[in-house]
Design a protein around this ligand. Structure first.
Ligand code: AMP
Length: 328
């Protein structure tokens, strides 16, 4: 185990010291400044994944442009840098409903403003206005899915069964995987998206692409160049977890199987943790406590629940959700 080093990410010396004696450096948060990674690379450190996946994932416009370049569908989008530009962008995405988003720094639904009618345009500009925005047409999706994939040093890519995600207030609440709504063709299409993106970025390690399933098509929404919340179910639910395969990938080891072991679901604990006695009394349930102080809207833990079949999973998941709801 490496030595714990604590320092600011914009402190060049502190960042550089993380690479001292390290075989490989990795990150699991896309807020890491790409410059810090570039500086490590310039000193000869092996950083996997590198700076490029970070740069793209930190900018919603760059993400969308990457998807478009690869022939992957997205919501209609347009860059916005000033107030007249918002009117132009709205025309380009086909009018309201649309979502105005900051290109940088948004997460869990933050930095976003929905525009449902022309009368709401000024309000959205007042809320977020300034350069560095992107406007997206609203996608009336059937479901939200994600593909979590891992790419090895030699370019091999493996993907887990697509996860089906349910959000509330812009925050992921529940993931189910394998999703009963994902057929073989959708799985193949999702895996292809993961492979195209990982190859294009020269990514080594785990990445996730958040998807909308709409009218039988998959549209890409966002890229996460790291292990992902919608992949937490893999700890109990897959032959090899996303965490293990990330380590295997960055260390140049053979990838493990991404096959499912069970019908699985993951429920986030938002704000507070549920009663652990109640949760652990549910068959197949496992509780993860992140050890963070309770705070509204914050992910403080999650519960994974598995069952031999989809049919057996449904009541267990309902029970876990009810316990978590009661906790607040
Ligand atoms: P994001 O931060 O882009 O992941 O957005 C958070 C959530 O807002 C998504 O998971 C969707 O539920 C919703 N959302 C974001 N963009 C769109 C869109 N263009 N159309 C419909 N829903 C969206």
């Amino acid at each position: 185990v490496g030595e714990l080093k604590v320092g600011a990410l914009d402190d060049g010396g502190a960042v550089a010291s993380t690479a001292d004696g390290a075989v490989v450096v990795t990150y699991e948060w896309e807020g890491v400044p790409a410059d810090a990674v570039r500086a490590l690379e310039a000193r000869g450190a092996v950083v996997r994944p590198g700076a490029r996946p970070l740069e793209v994932a930190q900018d919603r416009l760059a993400e969308k442009e990457l998807f478009s370049r690869l022939g992957i569908g997205t919501a209609p989008y347009a860059a916005v840098d000033d107030r007249p530009g918002l009117d132009d962008a709205l025309a380009r995405v086909g009018g309201p409903p649309a979502i105005l988003k900051t290109r940088r720094g948004g997460y869990d639904g933050k930095g976003q403003c929905r525009i449902d009618s022309y009368g709401e345009v000024d309000g959205a500009w007042d809320a977020l206005g300034g350069p560095g925005l992107v406007l997206e047409g609203f996608v009336a999706f059937d479901r939200e899915l994600s593909v979590v994939a891992v790419r090895a040093v030699d370019g091999e890519v493996r993907a887990w069964p697509l996860a089906e995600n349910r959000h509330r207030d812009g925050i992921l609440r529940v993931t189910r995987a394998p999703s009963p709504f994902v057929d073989a063709a959708t799985q193949a299409a999702g895996e292809e998206i993961g492979r195209l993106v990982a190859d294009e970025l020269g990514h080594v390690g785990v990445l996730a692409v958040e998807l909308f399933a709409a009218d039988g098509r998959l549209l890409a929404n966002e890229l996460a160049p790291r292990v992902h919340n919608s992949g937490h179910w893999t700890i109990e639910g897959a032959e090899t977890s996303q965490f293990e395969n990330h380590l295997r990938a960055i260390l140049g080891l053979p990838l493990g199987s991404t096959a499912p072991r069970a019908a699985s679901a993951m429920v986030n604990c938002i704000g507070v943790l549920p009663d652990r006695h109640e949760i652990l009394a549910v068959p197949g349930a496992h509780l993860y406590d992140y050890g963070k102080p309770a705070r509204p809207g914050r992910k403080v833990g999650h519960v994974t629940v598995t069952a031999p079949t989809e049919h057996d999973l449904a009541p267990r998941l309902a029970e876990v959700e009810a316990i978590i709801e009661r906790a607040g």
